[in-house]
Design a protein around this ligand. Structure first.
Ligand SMILES: Cc1ncc(COP(=O)(O)O)c(C=O)c1O
Length: 442
């Protein structure tokens, strides 16, 4: 059902919007009222292509009846059941199904409700694992500059987006960061993975030299940072990171909240790069964005390493009221069915080249300083206006929206990550609207 409302007549005072310039937004709200397939419908009735899969989460496209039916059925059958010392069958089914598509050996699944919770959960598991294995001095957590790992204090601390950190002076102690890999001087307009920068993974050695390997619990990185507008890793970088973590007994956590569930044309980025981490954090596409849910995938050794002490002792003092919520599990199982039936976890591979060529055709337009892509993730970066970082990016985002394309902005970059049901004609339309917007806004 499409509900049309006249923009600007709704009351906007009470909703304190997340990650939004509230006062700016409320002067001219951009509102969606319904969605189907590749399109949102704005409140004024306009069709808007969803170039961002919602927020990198609606991988199977909008309005999937199978998910709606599963949710409805679940709500009227078992609306809630606790997972603390009780359980319900769907939680176990869902975990088994996730384990089936996971990289080999990463088949122990801890449920959360979001990416932020998955990150904090994985960091805590890393600490608990080392302690259980007689390495209680391994408490240091290493993130990366420009990383985004959600908004919990754990994720915030290992994250490296400066604005996100600056407002909250208190971070976890004992956290350090390796350098980011964004290098416009050497890699601007690189297609797929850039050639330069694998050596930046050697920062792990610097961390070890500085702090001592026996103090470091884990390194966490996004395989392809998304929130800082799509920064594909240099060739060989993740492989090197894996080698160094293994060498020093440090757990490698890959934050696959965006890259999980088909974004790169493989089920997970771990498959794409042929790099198996010790844990993966996921959320978003796990339920096609329909019901909040997240999951940490852990290697079996990590789970087994914590299954110590007497059988009646709790092994991990951690969990959420809504871990493995029955409705989320139902939505997730229906989502996995769709992914399987429609081959969506690998479909992106067929379109990656077309997507890449479309985006790179915008090279040469005014103020475009970089174009990046990998799988069905891409970004266009424009030159910041003098003294007004982000202003040109914002104008571009608004122009695109007014002309029928929703894209996520990050500073002066616009990220493109369509649902995985995308067809060539949608890519053509996205590129054309974006190109016109760049010319207008320039
Ligand atoms: C890599 C990564 N980690 C964690 C998060 C946080 O997820 P959530 O917003 O569901 O807490 C995000 C969100 O975009 C993300 O991209």
């Amino acid at each position: 059902m499409t509900v049309h409302q006249i923009p600007n007549t709704i009351k906007t005072d009470s909703f304190w919007m997340p990650f939004t310039a509230n006062r700016q937004f409320k002067k001219a709200p951009r509102l969606f009222s319904s969605a189907k397939g590749m399109y949102y419908t704005a409140v004024d009735g306009r069709q808007v292509i969803d170039g961002s899969a919602g927020l990198w989460c609606v991988n199977a496209g909008h309005g999937r009846p199978q998910i709606a039916a599963a949710v409805e059925r679940q709500l009227s059958t078992l609306d809630f059941a606790p997972s603390f010392n009780m359980g319900h069958p769907l939680a176990f089914d869902f975990a088994e199904r996730l384990a089936e598509i996971a990289p080999k050996g990463m088949d122990r699944i801890f449920f959360t409700n979001s990416g932020s919770e998955s990150v904090d959960t994985a960091l805590k598991i890393a600490l608990a694992y080392h302690r259980a294995n007689g390495q209680a001095t391994r408490t240091r957590l290493i993130g990366r500059e420009r990383g985004y790992h959600g908004v919990g204090f754990g994720g915030l601390s290992v994250g490296g987006m400066v604005a996100n950190r600056r407002q909250f002076a208190t971070h976890l102690p004992g956290v350090d960061h390796i350098r980011h890999t964004h290098d416009l001087a050497r890699n601007a307009f690189a297609k797929d993975q850039p050639d330069h920068g694998a050596e930046l993974a050697d920062d792990v050695e610097r961390m070890v030299a500085l702090h001592g390997a026996d103090t470091i619990a884990a390194v966490i990185v996004e395989p392809v940072p998304g929130s800082t507008a799509v920064l594909p890793p240099p060739k060989g970088y993740l492989q090197r990171l894996r080698e160094l973590c293994t060498k020093h007994g440090i757990l490698l956590i890959m934050d696959e909240v965006i890259t999980g569930f088909g974004r790169l044309g493989t089920p997970f980025a771990a498959n794409f790069f042929g790099v198996t981490p010790d844990m993966m954090t996921t959320a978003k596409g796990i339920t096609n964005g329909s019901v909040p849910c997240g999951a940490v995938f852990a290697k079996r050794e990590i789970y087994d390493g914590l299954m110590v002490g007497p059988d009646n002792a709790m092994e991990l003092f951690h969990g959420y009221t809504y871990s493995a919520h029955p409705v989320a599990c139902a939505a997730g199982l229906a989502t996995l069915d769709i992914y399987k039936d429609e081959g969506l976890l690998t479909r992106g591979a067929q379109f990656a080249e077309y997507f890449r060529d479309g985006l790179h055709s915008l090279k040469g337009l005014p103020n475009v300083i970089d174009i990046r892509n990998l799988g069905l993730m891409g970004a266009i970066e424009v030159k910041p206006r003098d003294g007004a970082v982000g202003a040109r990016g914002y104008d571009l985002m608004v122009d695109c929206f007014n002309n029928g394309l929703y894209l996520r902005m990050s500073g002066d970059s616009l990220a493109v990550s369509p649902p995985l049901i995308v067809e060539k004609k949608h890519i053509d339309d996205m590129v054309s609207i974006l190109g016109d917007a760049i010319k207008r806004v320039a």
